[in-house]
Design a protein around this ligand. Structure first.
Ligand code: BYC
Length: 472
């Protein structure tokens, strides 16, 4: 079904056939817009931005480009197409038809997962609220706005599910999604990484590379859900998510490129004196964002995760492509664990290790970008390699939170860790330096801040000097 843009809330879920639901969502819509004005990208209400808007959930309809004022962006409800033959692929309900309604006994579990997912979307918009002021180019400015709009739409996707399937509880949760705020001491966002600041563009690119990638893996697991509307929502969200990670990967790559170009040209490691970001600082930011994002996968040994799987609520990454029994009651999994202050290899029941398995898939995926970033460094003939830190480094959630572990995996005393922390995580001085490079926004078409290289090609194949944002 294509999306009906004549309605106040564009949708492909036949919203007009359910007046009560439509009215409830139309009541929520002005509150969403108020939130966008208060907490969304600062001072941008009059900008025309060259944005991608979904006009259908089909392959040829989700990437429609044109100028839009962001408060007029058509946030709507788009689910991927329904497969009438879809069955639950795993757990106790394996082989049974997927659910079109929420089974009573799974109500609170599903609501909780949908709220946790939904909470991250507006959180990231709040975190990125000020970045427009210091954008390194119009191209980058447009990209952060695109991401913000799509995270707003992902919030809509979860709010639709809450309103449509969870009655009054769902409506209350939808209100709360606009009341919690990133970093708010009284009403913080649910997950740790979403209360961190994204104060500069190096952080933004790291966030979109590492934290949005957690989004990819969580959404892919929820796309395996037996609750079909959730699965279909997540499938469509995943398509948009890919661009966010592209922005992160290419953004870091362009910073690395510029740094290497300057190092080569001036035959020096001291690129700070040339107004660029040195490779060790990039490594420290990487260490921070990777470790904070690893926490988002939850405990290594999780009965929650085992229950989600057994009940058919949340599957593994690409569940249907895995060659095993999809029940896992007799399977084991090998993983690192913390025991008596050491990291040891353990064999555990596969069901309890599902968070860790997903984290493994994620780490493997993260490593791919580093190969590309390191190729840039290598091609410049520079002896430096960006590395993913050990999974136990700088953790706050899970078994490793109680250990002090270096990026190369050595367990140490708290005193030793503290003495070395400045080499591994961004220091106050790093942050002050990186912030000093930011802004004011570079708004001349085709121009870029000194610390970042231009992209290889424009959005939707536009030329290098394309006017991605008009300020009016
Ligand atoms: N911070 O058994 P465990 C995205 C809690 S990002 C704070 O491991 P579970 C995006 C946990 O809630 C993707 N608390 O839990 C990216 C539990 O609390 P209770 C977001 C944490 O359920 C960029 C307790 O610790 N989507 O889309 O197996 C931009 C026990 O833990 C944290 C989802 O996360 C944490 N990091 O796993 C925009 C999907 N970790 O029960 C968007 C939905 C754990 O003791 N969420 N806890 O009160 C889930 O699947 C699960 O809730 C989690 C946690 C994977 C997060």
């Amino acid at each position: 079904m294509s999306i009906d843009y004549t309605q106040r809330i564009p949708n492909n879920v036949d919203l007009s056939s359910d007046r009560r639901l439509q009215r409830a969502l139309e009541n929520w819509q002005p509150r969403f817009l108020d939130w966008w004005k208060d907490m969304g990208p600062d001072g941008t209400l009059n900008f025309d931005v060259y944005l991608r808007t979904a006009i259908s959930a089909e392959a040829n309809g989700w990437a429609n480009f044109g100028y839009v004022k962001m408060p007029d962006y058509r946030w709507g409800i788009f689910l991927a197409g329904q497969d009438p033959n879809r069955v639950i692929a795993y757990g106790d309900n394996k082989g049974k038809p997927v659910w079109q309604e929420v089974p009573g006994e799974l109500r609170s579990t599903l609501r909780r997962l949908i709220v946790t997912q939904g909470d991250t979307e507006p959180a990231s918009v709040e975190q990125q609220r000020m970045l427009g002021k210091t954008a390194p180019s119009l191209y980058d400015l447009r990209n952060v706005f695109q991401i913000n709009c799509e995270e707003g739409r992902h919030l809509w996707a979860m709010v639709y599910l809450l309103h449509a399937y969870f009655g009054r509880d769902g409506r209350e949760e939808a209100e709360m999604l606009l009341e919690r705020h990133s970093g708010d001491p009284d009403k913080p966002r649910i997950l740790g990484a979403f209360n961190e600041k994204t104060p500069d563009w190096l952080s933004f690119f790291m966030f979109t590379y590492f934290t949005d990638r957690d989004g990819k893996y969580q959404l892919a697991s929820l796309a395996e859900s037996g609750f079909d509307p959730l699965s279909r929502s997540c499938r469509f969200m995943l398509i948009e998510e890919a661009h966010h990670m592209f922005v992160g990967e290419s953004g870091v790559q362009r910073i690395v490129q510029r740094t290497c170009d300057l190092m080569k040209e001036h035959k020096t490691d001291d690129v700070r004196s040339l107004g660029a970001i040195d490779l060790p600082t990039i490594q420290r930011y990487l260490n921070f964002h990777f470790s904070v994002s690893l926490d988002l996968f939850g405990q290594e040994a999780s009965t929650n995760a085992a229950n989600y799987y057994t009940m058919g609520v949340k599957g593994r990454y690409l569940e249907t492509r895995i060659d095993d029994d999809h029940v896992l009651t007799d399977s084991t999994f090998d993983m690192d664990a913390a025991e008596n202050g050491r990291i040891v290899r353990k064999t555990v029941p596969a069901l309890s290790a599902l968070n860790e398995r997903l984290r493994n898939d994620y780490i493997e995926d993260c490593a791919r970008g580093l190969i590309r970033w390191n190729r840039v460094i290598e091609q410049a003939g520079i002896a430096f390699e960006l590395k993913l830190p050990h999974r136990a480094f700088n953790r706050r959630i899970g078994a490793f939170a109680e250990l002090h572990v270096s990026p190369d995996g050595k367990v140490m005393s708290e005193a030793e860790w503290k003495a070395n922390e400045h080499k591994w995580l961004p220091t106050d001085e790093d942050r002050v330096y990186v912030t000093s490079l930011m802004g004011p926004a570079v708004i001349e078409p085709g121009k870029f801040a000194n610390w970042i290289a231009p992209p290889q090609r424009g959005i939707n194949n536009q030329p290098a000097n394309f006017e991605y944002v008009r300020f009016n």
